[in-house]
Design a binder for this molecule. Structure first.
Ligand SMILES: [Zn+2]
Length: 438
């Protein structure tokens, strides 16, 4: 009997235990629900504090800073510094710190952890990212190009009395760098010192580079127009099918023309360029820094390329001579002239083929001929063999595309002229007509 009673009591107490468990489970469920609701409500700050505590420390490179100094300050050992320096040199060709340009962003998983990532700002359009590899002591290095948001800007101005192109350009709001590019582009076509007159109008279409809605720097000149003395000069930037980029006038002629090796067509060479030759008049050996072409007295001497006359005069060796500067690199000299062309003086802008003087035998010369020199970057070069800038006129297929592009750029210019506040972006080098909203 008592045994049965005992069993019944045991079963009763077991049931009581079950009730306690039931209650406990219910309470636990309630508590969990409250926690879950709290989590949901405060989800974001919760995550930020606990799951994403990444810490950034940005250090701008100062004069005298070295990589080992910067990394040492962040707790790197000299061994680690050595590994990082080698990785940077090998993968990103990064070895010299540039104060004012370079910024280091040291990233740590949380404030007290060692650095796991280093982001080096390396100019406005490039950064280097170093991240800790899975293996200890290995760093992965990646170069990241920052995408440019290229917008086109149109500016126009007018030369006033007593103005220079530079002053008028500044007044029109054209940045200095763009003005210099325009100057270099048009220098083959006109003389900015002597061909400037009040009333001349000019305009330029150029690129501005943006990143994250902020202007970073200026890009290329896309089109330029200048009312020069002998008519309006226009130039357009164009990429040929082969990928080469150049500037071309309205008809597709290259902005930068080559020089002619032989200014006088079909003239026979009577003496070549040489570092040692027996001088026909002086009798001793000396360098002949040019080429002689036989021609009769009075034969017109054409300019070998477009440029500006920088010297016209007489010296004992060259006799009557003219010197032309064609661009930043090339100059040509023409000697032994019988006479000059009256209105071709120092400062005159000449076209390729324009007559600058006449063949003669002045100076140290044994008979009428043209002595012709090409000077490249201040050094005499052999006109027959020097590599000259190619004449980059367009082929038929490129020309067709160019003429369409030119007409389109002209329409962009009139559009921006009428609505100067429009924002127009460049897509693949072409202003995008869809995107015109401010
Ligand atoms: Zn000579």
């Amino acid at each position: 009997m008592s045994k049965v009673k005992f069993i019944v009591e045991k079963i009763k107490s077991k049931f009581a235990n079950v009730n306690v468990i039931k209650k406990a489970v219910l309470w636990l469920a309630a508590i969990l629900s409250v926690v879950a609701i709290c989590c949901l409500l405060f989800c974001k700050p919760f995550q930020k504090v606990v799951f994403n505590p990444e810490s950034h420390l940005v250090v701008e490179v100062q004069k005298g800073d070295t990589l080992s100094k910067l990394l040492g300050e962040q707790g790197f050992s000299s061994k680690e510094i050595d590994v990082i320096a080698k990785t940077l040199k090998k993968s990103a060709n990064f070895s010299t710190l540039r104060p004012g340009t370079n910024k280091f962003d040291f990233v740590r998983p949380s404030e007290n952890d060692p650095v796991s990532k280093i982001i080096i700002v390396n100019g406005p359009w490039n950064r280097v990212e170093l991240s800790c590899g899975e293996e200890v002591g290995v760093w992965n290095c990646e170069q990241v190009e920052i995408e440019r948001d290229v917008r086109v800007v149109y500016k126009s101005g007018e030369i006033l009395e007593g103005d220079s192109f530079y002053l008028a350009g500044q007044r029109a709001g054209i940045p200095d760098g763009i003005l210099i590019d325009v100057y270099d582009l048009l220098a083959f076509e006109m003389d900015f010192e002597r061909d400037i007159r009040a009333g001349q109008r000019f305009s330029v279409l150029y690129e501005e580079n943006y990143a994250s809605e902020k202007k970073v720097d200026n890009g290329h000149v896309i089109a330029v127009s200048f009312e020069a003395l002998r008519g309006t000069v226009k130039m357009y930037r164009f990429k040929k099918a082969d990928g080469q980029i150049g500037y071309y006038d309205e008809s597709g002629n290259g902005a930068i023309k080559s020089l002619k090796r032989t200014p006088i067509n079909n003239a026979k060479i009577t003496s070549s360029f040489s570092y040692r030759r027996k001088h026909p008049v002086l009798g001793f050996t000396r360098a002949h820094k040019g080429v002689d072409f036989r021609a009769s007295t009075g034969t017109p001497i054409p300019a070998a390329g477009a440029g500006r006359v920088i010297a016209r005069g007489y010296n004992r060796g060259h006799g009557n001579f003219v010197k032309i500067r064609h661009n930043g690199s090339y100059e040509t000299l023409y000697g032994h002239m019988s006479r000059f062309v009256k209105n071709v003086r120092v400062g005159t802008t000449v076209k390729q083929g324009q007559t600058i003087g006449y063949v003669g035998s002045t100076g140290l010369s044994t008979g009428p001929h043209l002595h012709y020199e090409i000077i490249k970057d201040g050094k005499h070069v052999n006109p027959m063999t020097v590599k000259l800038p190619a004449i980059n006129n367009l082929g038929a297929a490129d020309k067709k595309v160019f003429l369409e592009r030119r007409a389109y750029l002209d329409s962009v210019i009139s559009d921006l002229e009428a609505h100067p506040d429009k924002i127009m972006r460049l897509v693949d080098g072409v202003p995008n007509p869809q995107d015109k909203t401010k």
